[in-house]
Design a protein. Structure first.
Length: 301
């Protein structure tokens, strides 16, 4: 069995659960799609490969994903492309693990949760309409040769965290904030490019750093930056600028199905904003998203 490991809570708990059940019969494959947070690839390899001694194969497919996302602005199209590319890369990784024969690997495990499914497809007559497809639900092609194993498919995030604690996973992993499967691609409104990824990744790292330093990180559901397809006039030093806008999305929730924006202290918001504008090249304005779910979703795309 192989599992798509992202380093997030869902796939981490799924990996720990399956590793406990079948041991070295599980191999985790970590695909770097180029849409990850700052230092994500290094952290995943260290935590799971070195600390937990889980069999781990690392694949850097950044160039392939960014090439296929070039010029794409529609969020659903982004998700489909990322899901399709993920399976292609996975398929190749499996071939490399087993040689020309795939007889030894028949199952693909994922950390799919119930909210992912509710927003993507109907389960057992659930009448919920499509809100957005998740790459691990609606983005998987029918031609995929591996059978899916989704041990968390009918659990909510708070339930998954409890499973993780029971399995002995560290607090830092269990209570890590959720991160979307398509990564930063759905936090960049408009086209995904290396430069726009650099801007968002740098801004997001500052948000995380300041949230942790102020002890707010583990008190909220999610806190992250979004890069808007909007430029505005600014003044930096004595010069006019015309640069990008970052939106801050910070929400509290129990299960991800509903959420409300967090009333952070003004001093903390000011510090985050000041650091982003001063330290992230290409940004001259920061806004705060004060919408709840519903009617808005937590992620912007």
């Amino acid at each position: 069995m192989v599992l798509g490991l992202s380093g997030g809570v869902d796939s981490s708990v799924a990996a720990a659960l399956l590793h406990k059940a079948i041991g070295d019969q599980l191999t985790c494959i970590f695909v770097n799609n180029g849409l990850l947070r700052s230092k994500e690839a290094e952290v995943v390899q260290r935590v799971f490969g070195e600390n937990f001694h889980v069999k781990l194969k690392y694949v850097n497919a950044t160039d392939q994903f960014l090439k296929n996302l070039k010029g794409v602005t529609n969020p659903e199209r982004k998700r489909k492309i990322i899901g399709g590319d993920f399976i292609k890369v996975f398929d190749q990784a499996v071939k490399e693990l087993t040689g020309k024969s795939k007889a030894k690997i028949r199952f693909l495990a994922q950390g799919t949760l119930y909210p992912d499914v509710i927003e993507s497809v109907s389960i057992s007559g659930n009448p919920a309409a499509l809100i957005k497809s998740h790459h691990n639900v609606g983005g998987l092609p029918k031609r995929m040769k591996l059978k899916l194993v989704e041990p968390l498919r009918e659990l909510f995030k708070d339930e998954v965290r409890q499973v993780g604690l029971q399995l002995g996973l560290p607090h830092e992993i269990v209570y890590r904030q959720p991160f979307p499967g398509p990564g930063l691609a759905v936090r960049i409104l408009g086209e995904v490019t290396r430069e726009r990824l650099r801007i968002l990744r740098d801004a997001d790292a500052i948000v995380t750093s300041e949230m942790k330093a102020s002890d707010w990180y583990y008190r909220v559901w999610q806190s992250f930056a979004v890069l808007l397809p909007v430029k505005s006039v600014g003044v930096m030093g004595d010069e006019r600028t015309y640069e990008s806008t970052i939106a801050l999305r910070i929400v509290e929730s129990q299960d991800g199905m509903t959420a409300d924006w967090v009333r952070l202290p003004y001093d903390l918001l000011a510090k985050i904003s000041t650091r982003i504008i001063n330290e992230v090249k290409g940004v001259n304005r920061v806004c705060l998203d004060i919408s709840s779910k519903p009617p808005a979703t937590i992620e912007w795309e």
